[in-house]
Design a protein around this ligand. Structure first.
Ligand SMILES: [Fe+2]
Ligand SMILES: [Fe+2]
Length: 157
């Protein structure tokens, strides 16, 4: 079954791809490890989409993209819960505001990836999905790294 309708997206087009670098570190080992996993998860979704777009749209490719989308969503959800726990643990002053950002992303991603067929939902929303991961790590979480630095724990926990 071929994907039909929606905005066309060729390999890499319009997608702000995320790759891990040490510059993305927030200075907490557990959060950094989860960010690496989150990036791996969104890149698995990117790869599943690329394979689907390059192939004949067979059932196996469609099943793979559905599984990748579900795994990514689960990964994002468990990460945000863990991160909020750690932020509380280190008395981060902006944890409530940060949690609202998490909830907003999670709601948007859940809604977008619930579209049918999943492959079409992924195709239309892949740029947003990648940006959500990138912005979350590079922009939103950076302030927690600054907080750890301010209390002398950056890179030590
Ligand atoms: Fe995070
Ligand atoms: Fe976060």
């Amino acid at each position: 079954m071929a994907i039909e309708g929606g905005v066309g997206l060729r390999q890499g087009q319009g997608v702000r791809r995320v790759e891990w670098t040490e510059e993305l570190s927030v200075g907490h080992g557990g959060i950094d490890e989860q960010h690496r996993q989150l990036i791996a998860s969104v890149n698995a979704l990117n790869a599943a989409f690329t394979d689907l777009a390059a192939g004949d749209g067979g059932d196996l490719a469609l099943a793979r993209i559905s599984a990748a989308a579900a795994a990514f969503l689960a990964s994002f959800q468990s990460h945000t819960a863990y991160e909020e726990l750690i932020m509380h643990q280190f008395f981060y002053a902006h944890v409530e505001r940060h949690a609202v950002h998490h909830a907003t992303y999670l709601e948007a991603l859940t809604t977008l990836l619930a579209g049918e067929p999943v492959a079409a939902a992924v195709r239309v929303n892949l740029p947003f999905i990648n940006s959500a991961v990138f912005d979350h790590i590079e922009r939103d979480d950076r302030d927690f790294g600054a907080h750890l630095r301010s209390i002398g724990l950056y890179g030590r926990v």
